[in-house]
Design a protein around this ligand. Structure first.
Ligand SMILES: Cc1cc2nc3c(=O)[nH]c(=O)nc-3n(C[C@H](O)[C@H](O)[C@H](O)COP(=O)(O)O)c2cc1C
Length: 199
């Protein structure tokens, strides 16, 4: 698909069918990630981890589920809602991966040579992979919350399941799968990111 058309259908997909993506699709997405730019060309500081195991994804999402339940409890205190149990059950069932059958985690070597560049680097990789997924007719969503939750709640940190070298940490991911409906062009505020010009 033309690049500009691709950006017009880009959206964060938060509902996926159970159908797994093909090995061909996965390889094409990973190849796009490999083509992303990385600061100072330090590609060895990054690592991609493909997870297609539901049990592993469920374990990785534990901290996010607990955090979500806490948020719901907080909302309850504020609002004292009548459907308390329903709300809490829904929060406990929360799946930060939205049922995606494949999640690709992007990890970075811990470093202080160029502070902050690790977040820029992993974003580049995930962005490339998201556009590749879109071009294959797949839906996708950046994954921050699930990893952030594990950092905030270290007792529920299961990143060891990603089998990373000790000095690497997962910073971002991309959940990928088939969207329930094909993606189509959508309207956005053309300046949802403000622009100023210095001429
Ligand atoms: C760095 C980054 C992290 C994100 N993390 C999450 C996430 O953890 N969960 C989620 O549902 N969406 C996540 N998103 C998606 C944003 O919420 C989404 O891009 C934004 O709301 C705009 O919507 P759109 O992508 O549909 O245009 C993330 C996006 C970015 C760029």
């Amino acid at each position: 698909m033309d690049y500009f058309d691709l950006t017009k259908i880009r959206v964060s997909t938060r509902k996926f069918t159970d159908e797994q993506i093909t090995d061909y699709q996965l390889a094409a997405i990973l190849e796009a990630g490999e083509r992303a730019p990385i600061g100072s060309s330090r590609y060895a500081n990054l690592k991609l981890t493909v997870v297609q195991n539901k049990d592993v994804l469920h374990q990785l999402s534990e901290a996010a589920r607990i955090r979500h339940t806490d948020l719901a409890e907080m909302a309850e205190i504020i609002a004292n809602v009548s459907n308390r149990d329903e709300l809490l059950d829904a929060a406990r069932d929360f799946d930060p991966f939205y049922g995606a059958p494949t999640v690709i985690f992007v990890s970075h070597r811990k470093q202080d040579l160029e502070p902050g560049i690790e977040f820029a680097n992993v974003s580049c990789v995930v962005n490339y992979m998201q556009l590749a997924a879109l071009n294959l007719g797949l839906g996708s969503c950046f994954m921050w919350y699930v990893l952030d939750s594990m950092r905030r709640l270290p007792e529920y940190d299961h990143t060891e399941l990603l089998d990373l070298p000790e000095d690497f940490e997962p910073l971002l991911g991309l959940a990928v799968g088939y969207p329930p409906e094909p993606l189509s062009e959508r309207e956005i505020d053309p300046e949802r990111i403000g622009i100023n010009y210095i001429k």
